[in-house]
Design a protein around this ligand. Sequence first.
Ligand SMILES: Nc1ncnc2c1ncn2[C@@H]1O[C@H](COP(=O)(O)OP(=O)(O)OP(=O)(O)O)[C@@H](O)[C@H]1O
Ligand SMILES: [Mg+2]
Length: 254
Amino acid sequence: MRYSNKQYIMLIGQTILQNSYVDIGAHEKSMSTYVFSQVLPEKLEDVNQIVGAGTFGECHLKQYLRLGIRVVEKKLVESDLKLLYDEAYYMQLFSHRCVPHLIGIQTQIKPYSLITEFLGHGVESMTVYRLLFDAVFSEQKSRMLLPNWFRVCYDIVDAVHYIHQKEYLHCDLKSNNVLVSNQKGYLVDFGKVCKVRNPRAKKYKTVYPHSAPEVLNGDPVSKASDVFSYGKILKIIGEQLRNKELLSMGDKSF
Ligand SMILES: Nc1ncnc2c1ncn2[C@@H]1O[C@H](COP(=O)(O)OP(=O)(O)OP(=O)(O)O)[C@@H](O)[C@H]1O
Ligand SMILES: [Mg+2]
């Protein structure tokens, strides 16, 4: 479905404000009853491309021979099964048009890994951050017109809203965790997800610009703190595009 810029602005605004919490109860499902598809390591062919590296490990681009598709293998440095199951569980629970599909998990050899559908440009992972600031993507950036950026912003708030409806929080919304593929936005990195009813709280020594000030001060994360971080994404895009609607929506989210 294609919307006009005005319609996108309305949709983004409405979705930020919407407060209809639907408890579908799926999150009550016990972890031990959840089944993940097992990916055999020998079916993952190396393409010699690292698409990202973060706190939890490296993300490698692979060819998944069984399905004949490109995938991302996120290798968890600590090979902590609980972390792996949690992230895999959330990716399945948050199955949405703007969240990459979970293909499965690999627990035969260490480091254990999470295998997801690859959403990128060629063999590169194109996050909002890289698209805005990395010269490698200057051509792709020049092709992104205002409606395409609005579309990406809407995709992300739609995914966040879906997660909030399920009574969960993403807790790590930032321009590095938003992918752009075929001019559509996708949310990644479910390593910090927690329940609205059981929010995490900790005092931070580092001031992360995408985190809400009360969270850095030790208050629990909340839907509002996710919206704050989302607003920062709107601001960073709005500043680059010098677009007053995105800047003003970004300001309203704080
Ligand atoms: N499905 C995917 N398709 C394309 N690129 C991806 C995909 N999943 C992850 N990436 C790339 O890998 C990077 C790291 O992934 P992710 O954010 O899940 O790891 P992380 O270790 O939790 O990162 P951090 O702690 O730095 O936020 C992402 O920023 C993105 O560039
Ligand atoms: Mg990340």
